[in-house]
Ligand binder design. Structure first.
Ligand code: NDP
Ligand code: GDR
Length: 372
């Protein structure tokens, strides 16, 4: 039985990857951070009671900013594969916490690689690094490939650039089987609520049911290549099953704007929008609503999208579009879910979630708001 260790197992990709590897017959270990509230919602369905016999899903407390915990866990687990998914992954937050972001995302990667080296696991343990399309930042070439020059535009991206190169360096210096997956944005119903896609589907569902009035967004013109997280974790595994380690761009090759995302999500609800104004004055107005049986509380003429400059970034990545040809040719990988299916799945999930809140409210229970 192969043994995998996932850092960031409580995150979106960690949850999908853990499920994927368990289905493949792996013993899966994960590193989670200590938090004052439970932070295992995304993986609770995989939990196995340590008091009831053998387990193939085991969690360890650790942190990418703490070498001792990493050395201890990696030494104990002796993994065949490590997937380094843990990171302060929010680009906007990285401007507010640049030092912590560098510590966890840049040095954290170094710490895991050093643990492999110190423990004498360079020949045994294969290493996957969660690299990112944010490395391309101010893009130098369209579409972006493995050869496109980097131009990072945030403390997050600069930290991930260090991580990218330290992976390449440890591969060349110590012969570690280490790969960078340069992944473009990937989303799902498990996506963190403050990333733009999930923020949109959550808010539209709540506005639809009358639990919220309006959503405030930042740059409506930003363009991204959005895929499904479930498809992308399969590729993370595939990269570690090759004869030789290499770096790959993973993307759909199709691009949409934030505004397109809102329009597509609204149309899933049967709602049509009209856009007026520009820049900070842009608004999204309801132009048509579905028939009564869905319980839509929106009215024609309602302003449900506004722009709030609070969500602008000091330096923005305006446009990203990936070329996944190398992954297609060498890994035989193609994304299974297209943009429309992705948005539909997220919208359905968040509508169901909002209906639960609606039910609670109708029964007189308080519905607690979550804030960014
Ligand atoms: P999430 O933000 O959903 O998950 C991040 C995970 O890292 C969480 O489990 C989080 O724990 C954990 N974490 C954060 N800081 C630390 C730390 N100091 N020590 C240990 N664990 C930590 O990210 P995703 O799942 O979306 O992304 C996975 C990885 O892929 C990240 O590295 C991200 O930067 C990268 N990436 C993501 C893309 C995407 O579109 N999703 C695209 C390209 C790259 P907790 O739950 O406690 O917060
Ligand atoms: P990104 O994702 O920065 O690409 O990083 P995010 O969803 O945060 O932003 C995408 C684009 O949408 C614009 N935007 C907004 N973003 C947020 N979060 N909130 C808003 O209200 C809003 N309005 C407009 C942003 O300015 C941006 O242009 C994600 C993360 O998962 C990274 O960890 C990963 O490396 C990259 O994707 C690839």
């Amino acid at each position: 039985m192969k043994r995998a260790l996932i850092t960031g197992i409580t995150g979106q990709d960690g949850a999908y990857l853990a499920e994927f590897l368990l289905k493949k017959g792996y013993e899966v270990h994960g590193i989670k951070r200590r938090a004052s509230l439970f932070n295992t919602d995304r993986i609770d369905h995989l939990y196995q009671d340590p008091h009831e016999g053998e387990r193939n899903f085991i969690l360890h407390h650790g942190d990418l900013t703490d070498s001792s915990s990493l050395i201890h866990i990696i030494g104990k687990v002796q993994p065949d594969e490590i997937y380094n998914l843990a990171a302060q992954s929010h680009v906007a937050v990285s401007f507010e916490e640049p030092e912590y972001t560098a510590n966890s995302d840049a040095l954290g990667t170094l710490r895991v690689l050093e643990a492999i080296r110190i423990l004498g696991l360079t020949e045994k343990t294969r290493f996957y690094q969660a690299s990112t399309s944010e490395l391309f930042g101010k893009v130098q070439e369209v579409p972006q490939t493995e050869k496109t020059p980097f131009y990072p535009r945030s403390p997050y991206a600069v930290s991930k650039m260090y991580a990218y190169w330290i992976v390449v360096n440890y591969r060349e210096a110590y012969n570690i089987y280490a790969c960078n997956g340069i992944l473009f944005n990937h989303e799902s119903p498990l996506r963190g609520e403050t990333f733009v896609t999930r923020k949109i589907t959550r808010a539209l569902a709540r506005i639809f049911l009358g639990l919220q009035d309006c959503i405030h967004l930042g740059n409506m013109d930003a363009r991204r290549d959005w895929g499904h997280a479930k498809d992308y974790v399969e590729m993370q595994w595939l990269m570690l099953q090759q004869e030789k380690p290499d770096d790959f761009v993973i993307a759909t090759g199709v691009q949409h704007s934030v505004r397109d995302f809102v329009d597509t999500a609204a149309s899933e609800l049967g709602v049509g929008l009209r856009w007026e104004g520009e820049g900070v004055d842009e608004i999204g107005i309801v132009e048509c609503v579905p028939g009564g049986e869905l319980g839509c509380k929106m009215n024609v003429g309602d302003i449900i999208v506004r722009v709030d400059p609070r969500y602008f970034r000091p330096t923005e990545v305006e446009t990203l579009l990936g070329d996944p040809s190398k992954a297609r040719e060498q890994l035989g990988w193609v994304p299974k879910t297209d943009f429309g299916e992705l948005v539909a799945e997220m919208m359905r999930y968040d509508l169901e979630d909002a209906r639960r809140d609606e039910l609670c409210r109708n029964e007189g229970f308080a519905v607690l708001e979550k804030h960014e």
